[in-house]
Ligand binder design. Sequence first.
Ligand code: SAH
Length: 275
Amino acid sequence: MTQQPGTSPDSVGQAYDVFADAGATTALGGNIHVGYWDDDPGLPITEATDRLTDLVAARLDLRPDQRLLDVGCGNGLPALRIAGAHDVRVTGITVSHQQLAQADKEADGSDARDRVSFRFADAVDLPFDDGCFDGAWAIESLLHITDQTAALAEIRRVVRPGGRLVVTDLCQRQPFTGEDRTVLDGMLDVYEIAGINTPDEHRARLAEAGWQLLELTDIGEQVRASYGHAAAAFRTIAASLEAPAAEQISAAADLMDAFGKHPHAGYVLITAQRT
Ligand code: SAH
């Protein structure tokens, strides 16, 4: 994994607060993750992002009334969707105050309100008892965390034996080298990313943290269109802003485009179990 020095819960939270202020974290309908297209390339991005959430839910082996942890809950949409569809209880955590406020607002307008709660917490130091969750998921959050193994071990601590963890995350199919490094380094810098793992690094960190791997699939081609959608949305936002925010969001759009077009850019869907 390529490490970005200085990434911390504070710096990640502030980056998301800045993006939220600019309207960028609601640009794609509120989910802050890629869309998934299979045989229907015309599906709107807002529906494709919900489909990714549904892929995660399908792998959690959910039963009504189970208690789940959403590690890096963003604006709360995945938690509300999964709680509503599967009748489970979800606790979502984030390191962004803006997201926490937005997630509470989303919950207020949702039928799943009484099954979902959100709080400010760091994944490497969870304020929960051992084994108190039946399962957990982390959609595009681990990449922000400097010590991913520590976070995975901490998530394992709060999940009961037999419980599942589903992770989706960017991956480098092969390490970005030479001139391509500029794209990767730019992504790490602009999006406050600690590192983008290769599939083997994802496997190794899960194993180090004591998780048993059930499935790791690279769905990079099914999510690839997302980067172009996000870049276009960011450019529209940038056009309505003053400097320096406009330049910041434009640069973020350019990097998103370049990363999304790169053949080494993959995306993993992982299911693991606590033995
Ligand atoms: N999973 C959400 C949001 C993805 S954005 C969605 O799919 O819409 C990344 C999320 O990870 C943000 O909510 C951010 O606050 C969270 N995050 C990053 N580092 C974290 C940490 N150390 N502890 C908890 N959450 C973290």
